[in-house]
Design a protein around this ligand. Structure first.
Ligand SMILES: [Zn+2]
Length: 566
């Protein structure tokens, strides 16, 4: 008995078992979510929860437990302003998209920004130098970085591995008694030959019957298939569509696939593009979970998988499929349907063979390095840049106004890349324009800056996407506008200098501001194109000179200067 008691004490003090942490909420009102852990985002699984802040910025953000500040990050993109606190239990809490830091954290940050002469900053203070008590107000919530609405992005990480964990497993309570919604099922026919245009897939809309989702009639399938589902979750009193937490697939009650978002890994987060039906996302914006695994997909979230999730039927008897979807609070929905092997060969669609004269193809194996060359175009991929083997397709397209040389269709942008491709284009760009030339990705008549440097008449860059590419030039300078400043202004009550900056073509690479020839910190909000300087001890009584220089991606430069009195 005594032994058992000791054992129990031992177990309950082990830190992986101790779940009921003494954490407090990071906000002082009821937690409503606008985003869940593991939710399918663009190029990543969501690494935290998004907590609503009543639609506004400026809510007090509290440290969830004692600890020390391990990292402070400021950027106009991504997490915006963010604080990382290490706790004694081996976990780190992260608070992002903040509007402003508490006074003490702000002065540490500003010191470092001035020292490094950079708004964008990433500081790792020594352990236990900036200590924090549970309940300390560390910041005000905001909408900084790549956030597109006021909210608090909150994470719990394993400090040692930095792997994000599901905060809802650590005592942060959200009311959720609503099971996931399963909208659609997709059946992918997998051919042995390489054929990646998804023409052999079919979407079925689900129906609700009693407590389950069903598909009306038996689905006749080909020899080898994979399944995909379009599903999302809701929590109570919030309209937002959140992500689900786990998916299980049973065939005749045998579990063949179990996917669970219990923990993530930043090094593997991009494999989301192998996990989702990327082509469907490009076409309809719907993100389907694939219930099968492509060859180059190293996600660790497949807890159980038989035959990589692919289904092969031997006899034409009817098989029952059940897909069980769960949210973080174990609210469960089931999709139930029957499948049967289709012996009717007539049903097989004839492939339309549109081979255009300019089109060339080459097999690109996912586990090998691949190169393709044409007269004025080259692409090379390192091994494991693709999630599966493809029949690479290249097509030289006619030039259009503004483009130097041809447009190069470099396969299709619905095929994702895990690592960037090297792309080189040869073109006759007049010498004086060469340094203003860049490779752009063309989509829907829009040009996106990718990059480029010249080597032997080739412009070369790395692209993280496939699609249509061409060389264009940018000769337009960035635009600077004073918002509350102009030359000769007499400042009386204002406490800031604000300017907007914009570049219509390649985009902004760099800005530098000075006051009386000293570097000043300007807070950059790219969404509002706004730069803001808050007066500190660099401004002086009487005459001052403010200068701002903005450079675009290819080096076009604009200078703005205003002498003013204060
Ligand atoms: Zn978030």
């Amino acid at each position: 008995m005594k032994k058992l008691l000791l054992l129990l004490i031992f177990i309950s003090s082990g830190k992986h078992i101790l779940h009921a942490q003494d954490y407090i909420n990071p906000l002082d009102f009821r937690l409503l979510l606008s985003g869940s852990f593991g939710e399918l985002r663009s190029n990543h699984f969501h690494t935290g929860i998004d907590i609503k802040t009543k639609g506004v910025e400026g809510q007090k953000v509290y440290a969830i437990a004692d600890g020390y500040i391990a990292r402070i990050k400021v950027s106009s993109y991504g997490y915006g302003k963010a604080i990382y606190i290490n706790h004694k239990d081996g976990r780190t809490s992260v608070y992002a998209h903040l509007k402003e830091f508490s006074t003490s954290i702000d002065s540490i940050t500003k010191n470092e920004q001035y020292r490094r002469k950079s708004f964008e900053i990433n500081i790792y203070p020594e352990p236990n130098t900036i200590n924090i008590k549970q309940g300390d107000i560390i910041a005000l919530s905001g909408n900084s970085g790549s956030s597109i609405g006021a909210h608090l992005h909150f994470e719990i990480r394993d400090t040692k591995t930095e792997q994000p964990l599901n905060p809802l497993d650590y005592g942060f309570k959200v009311k959720d008694i609503i099971p996931p919604i399963i909208k659609e099922l997709k059946v992918f026919t997998i051919e042995d030959a390489i054929d990646r245009d998804n023409s052999n897939s079919r979407i079925y809309t689900t129906k609700k019957q009693d407590q389950h989702y069903i598909i009306d009639s038996t689905i006749h399938i080909n020899k080898k298939i994979g399944l995909g589902i379009y599903t999302y979750d809701r929590s109570n009193d919030a309209y937002n569509k959140n992500g689900v937490n786990s998916i299980k697939v049973y065939i005749d009650s045998t579990l063949i696939y179990f996917f669970k978002l219990d923990r993530l890994d930043f090094n593997k987060n991009k494999y989301i593009n192998a996990h989702i039906d990327y082509q469907e996302k490009q076409n309809s914006k719907k993100k389907f979970h694939k219930c099968f695994k492509l060859p180059n997909n190293s996600l660790k979230n497949y807890k159980e998988i038989i035959n990589n999730g692919y289904i092969k039927l031997k006899s034409n008897s009817i098989h029952r499929v059940r897909i069980e979807v769960s949210d973080s609070y174990n609210n469960i929905s089931n999709l139930i349907f029957n499948i049967r092997l289709n012996n009717d060969k007539l049903n097989k669609k004839d492939k339309e063979n549109i081979v255009e004269s300019e089109s060339r193809t080459k097999l690109f194996s996912w586990n090998k390095a691949n190169i393709f060359e044409d007269d004025n175009f080259k692409i090379s991929l390192n091994e494991k840049s693709l999630y599966e083997t493809i029949n690479f397709n290249y097509q030289k397209k006619d030039s259009i106004n503004g483009v130097y040389g041809n447009i190069h269709q470099c396969h299709y942008d619905y095929v994702p890349l895990h690592k960037p491709a090297n792309i080189s284009i040869k073109s006759k760009v007049p010498n004086k324009l060469k340094e203003r030339a860049y490779i752009a990705k063309i989509k829907d008549k829009k040009y996106n800056y990718i990059g480029g440097s010249w080597k032997n008449n080739y412009l070369t860059t790395r692209s993280s996407e496939l699609g249509d590419f061409a060389i264009i030039t940018d000769t337009l300078k960035p635009i600077i506008k004073g918002v509350n400043i102009y030359p000769g202004k007499e400042l009386r009550k204002q406490k800031t200098i604000k300017c907007t900056i914009e570049d219509k073509e390649s985009g902004i690479r760099k800005y530098t501001a000075t006051l009386n020839d000293q570097w000043i910190l300007m807070d950059y909000d790219h969404k509002r194109k706004l730069l803001k300087y808050e007066f500190d001890d660099i401004i002086k009584k009487g005459g001052n000179t403010f200068s701002l220089t903005v450079k675009d991606m290819v080096g076009n430069t604009t200078k703005y200067s205003a002498k003013f009195t204060y």
